[in-house]
Design a protein around this ligand. Structure first.
Ligand code: PMP
Ligand code: GLN
Length: 424
């Protein structure tokens, strides 16, 4: 008899969808628009700062809270965005990516049996994070946008994307972008609810929660004394007219929110894993208590370079240029997908675009994505990986546009080579 030595707490965890699809993409030489990472370099001045820090022998442990210079740069960034004056000594913690900040915050803030509200589809790490802390996830659905009578997306902001073909998405009332039902959200709260995990701009939907939606969430969290972990790693990847509002800036929310970010997305350096959390001193102290026993501290020279990145970005047009470049990539990928017969949904933020695959003849998005990767040579992620309940899902695939134009054009060539066009 084989003994299963895997602890119960992790026994149900399979391989992440990103690892599976990336491996399949390598095996079949597919253009990888699956796992979210840029295929272009981060800024040379940030890389130079890291190289200099290594040469200068800044190579020993950093303080576990994070290098003072980086914590100050994070506080200055909050101040420059007009969000809040933050105390770098007591309200900022540097972690190994946003991933560690979220894991540590969940460990630090819930007891076994406590409930955590998660919008679905969710970034896939959230559920294991809650399960490993003994918590109970409670899901609230985000519904895809409606089309109007003419079959066009109702969101007028979507210019070329708006002209996408009609889709057969699940319909839901009152929807201009992905939306939740306020009654379903209210019903998810119980006396055991401790945390709400919010991701805006959202992976995988591309939704940016509006101030009105954030106010609804805030009101319920205040009423039920619930803490929010706000995952805002795509905060600089927001496309006008959408505007990112940190939920921590809403009245009554600073004292109950830990805002998580990372330089991975903003500076195209996902492999560096420099993340951070900003929040009031008591929540920060809780996170630090967990963090000191999880990774203790994170890479010293890369923290120096992350500080340089934030300091310099605040004093030039870096963020505006980043957004402009991403808007071009988004439009290019939307054109490629629409041209191949996959209507695309609006993207308000993040570097992901969802495409309607309902006309492709597959009943499962995972089968579609495996087939697309293997037989067509374009890798995409099936959003069902981001749902706990996979009943009644819209048939979509998530494509990443953090790619060079030539990569996106290579994907177009793969589609063309297969004579792709599902719809007339
Ligand atoms: N949150 C979301 C929504 C993400 O998409 C990702 C990353 N890919 C992360 C967190 C993890 O960020 P990091 O790489 O900084 O750990
Ligand atoms: N966040 C990235 C994505 O959504 C992947 C990160 C990972 O591989 N865990 O594609």
């Amino acid at each position: 008899m084989t003994i299963n030595r895997t602890a119960e707490r992790v026994r149900s965890f399979g391989t992440s969808i990103f690892a599976e699809i990336s491996a399949l993409a390598v095996q079949h030489g597919a253009v990888n628009l699956g796992q979210g990472f840029p295929d272009f370099a981060g800024p040379a001045w940030v890389k130079d700062a890291a190289a200099e820090a290594i040469s200068a022998d800044l190579n020993q442990y950093a303080p576990y809270l994070g290098l003072p210079r980086l914590r100050e740069a994070i506080a200055a960034t909050w101040s420059a965005h007009g969000w809040r004056e933050v105390d770098p000594a007591n309200e900022v913690t540097v972690t190994s990516g946003a991933t560690e900040a979220i894991f540590g915050a969940v460990q630090a803030l819930i007891n076994p049996g406590d409930e955590v509200i998660i919008f679905e589809p969710f970034y896939d790490a959230y559920v294991p994070d809650v399960v490993m802390a003994g918590g109970v996830p409670k899901y609230v659905r985000l519904y895809p946008p409606l089309k109007d009578e003419g079959g066009r997306m109702k969101d007028e902001a979507q210019h070329s994307i708006a002209s996408a073909e009609p889709s057969s998405l699940i319909l839901h009332p009152s929807s201009l972008s992905w939306s939740f039902d306020p009654a379903e959200l209210a019903a998810a709260f119980s006396p055991r609810t401790r945390l709400l995990l919010l991701n805006t701009p959202n992976n995988p939907t591309g939704k940016v929660f509006s101030p009105a939606e954030l106010a609804q969430i805030a009101e319920l969290c205040i009423q039920h004394d619930v803490v929010v972990i706000a995952d805002e790693v795509y905060d600089q990847l927001v496309f006008a007219p959408a505007v990112h509002t940190p939920i921590a800036t809403l009245p009554g929310m600073w004292e109950r929110t830990l805002t998580v970010n990372s330089i991975g997305k903003t500076f195209s350096l996902t492999g560096w894993k420099i993340g951070y959390a900003v929040g009031p001193a008591d929540l920060t102290a809780a996170l630090r208590a967990a963090h000191q026993w999880i990774t203790f501290a994170t890479s010293t020279p890369l923290q120096v370079a992350a500080a340089v990145a934030l300091e310099r970005a605040a004093n030039c047009d870096y963020y505006a240029e980043l957004r402009a470049e991403y808007a071009e990539r988004r439009d290019l990928l939307a054109d490629v997908l629409v041209g191949a017969g996959f209507p695309t949904l609006p993207v308000e933020g993040s570097y992901f675009i969802m495409a309607d695959i309902s006309q492709a003849g597959f009943s499962s998005d995972a089968d579609f994505c495996r087939w697309l990767t293997r037989d067509v040579g374009v890798a995409a992620i099936p959003p069902s990986a981001f749902y706990a309940d996979t009943c009644d899902l819209p048939l979509l695939a998530r494509f990443c546009f953090a790619k060079k134009p030539e990569t996106l054009r290579a994907a177009a060539e793969r589609f063309q080579a297969r004579g792709f066009r599902f719809q007339a």
